[in-house]
Design a protein around this ligand. Structure first.
Ligand code: UT7
Length: 326
């Protein structure tokens, strides 16, 4: 059976850095609290003229350069994001125009923090269909555009960034081996942006009530995230007759270092095989895993034949794992 493999990786984060000390001046918080409760030390934040399509376009151009192909070779562009430039047109359409991918179609995919693995799963199946040969997946979020910088429960947690990959049919063992994905709408109200959509269209009143900002019941989400991410990671290993020892690198979604530690402990994956960059970037939502994968690749932490495990949990609730043989 055809399977998809990753043939190029890239990431981009905006230049501006906001440290925990900067946040101390904005809300009642401390570097000590943020570091000890989440692992975050700083995050990157876009400048006023930058939006999700700009971060994605940089990633897309880098992906093409590294793969040594032209934009016209791309068949399909999938942009996973909850912070598109606009409701319409899609961020995918803007990126398609920016890079000149004249033979591609595409769409935005809303999977929140699981957006990158939802995107990889989708791309994998387009490749498996046999009809598409080069699919670009980019996970991007400009979380600062929906953050309330007066709400310490959320504004300290997130950052802006994008990571992506090109997927192509594999002619060898390497590629996406397995995936398990979930969704449970029961969790919808624990992590959401209440206003701005068709339920509560934007009005002066909705903006005054700050309904277009992200809201989270952190404690509730934490509980479900630990269970969801650990369970699904454990299950995908068992299903493929693997243990934590067989995994060369675990690239988890970066929402909270304590969630990552709980998941890797449950799967018996030793700490040196767990990618952690939440200290630099915070939670970039759909950006985290693609950013982590490209950093790992650049640092020589991924080699041919390695088993790589990706796991995420996020708003929706959405969660899942993907197992890759590199
Ligand atoms: O990626 C999408 C999925 N999202 C997640 O996975 C996030 C899951 N949740 C979390 O990561 C954690 O729940 C948080 C980091 C959001 C919060 O950590 P926590 O250990 O659950 O803290 P808490 O909400 O129980 O708050 C503990 C205390 C409270 O004070 P009291 O009631 O004990 O006096 C909060 O008011 O910390 C206080 N607090 C803060 N203090 C300083 C809450 N936020 C802050 C803050 N700075 N930013």
């Amino acid at each position: 059976m055809i399977k998809a493999k990753i043939t190029s990786t890239a990431h981009y984060v905006p230049k501006n850095v906001m440290t925990n000390f900067d946040l101390e001046k904005m809300v009642d918080t401390s570097d000590e609290w943020i570091k000890s409760r989440t692992g975050i030390q700083q995050r990157h934040i876009v400048s006023p003229e930058e939006a999700s399509s700009d971060l994605s376009t940089r990633v897309a151009k880098d992906l093409l350069l590294k793969r040594g192909i032209s934009a016209e070779d791309i068949d399909l562009i999938i942009i996973s994001t909850v912070t598109p430039d606009h409701f319409t047109p899609s961020t995918a359409a803007i990126v398609q125009k920016n890079i000149g991918a004249n033979n591609a179609w595409g769409f935005d995919l809303s999977g929140a923090c699981s957006g990158y693995i939802y995107g990889l799963e989708t791309a994998n199946n387009f490749i498996i269909s046999g009809k598409y040969k080069k699919v670009m997946v980019i996970g991007v979020d400009t979380m600062s555009s929906i953050l309330d910088f007066t709400d310490r429960d959320t504004c300290v947690l997130f950052g802006d960034g994008a990571g992506g990959a090109i997927l192509e049919p594999s002619d060898s063992e390497s590629g996406i081996v397995d995936s398990i994905l979930h969704m449970d709408g029961f969790g919808g109200n624990f992590l959401h942006v209440p206003g701005g959509g068709s339920r509560i269209p934007p009005t002066v009143d909705s903006v005054k009530k700050r309904l277009h900002y992200i809201k989270q019941d952190g404690k509730k989400v934490f509980k479900f995230a630990v269970k969801g991410m650990a369970d699904v990671s454990e299950r995908i290993l068992a299903k493929n007759n693997l243990t934590g020892d067989d995994i060369a690198l675990f690239i988890p979604h970066q929402a909270n270092k304590r969630i990552i530690d709980a998941t890797s402990d449950r799967c018996n994956i030793s700490k040196d095989k767990v990618l952690i960059n939440i200290n630099h970037y915070g939670n970039t939502t759909a950006g985290t895993i693609g950013i982590g994968m490209n950093e790992a690749f650049n640092e020589g932490r991924i080699k041919g034949g390695d088993y790589i495990l990706l796991s995420a949990f996020g708003a929706g609730f959405t969660w899942g794992s993907i197992l890759i043989k590199w």
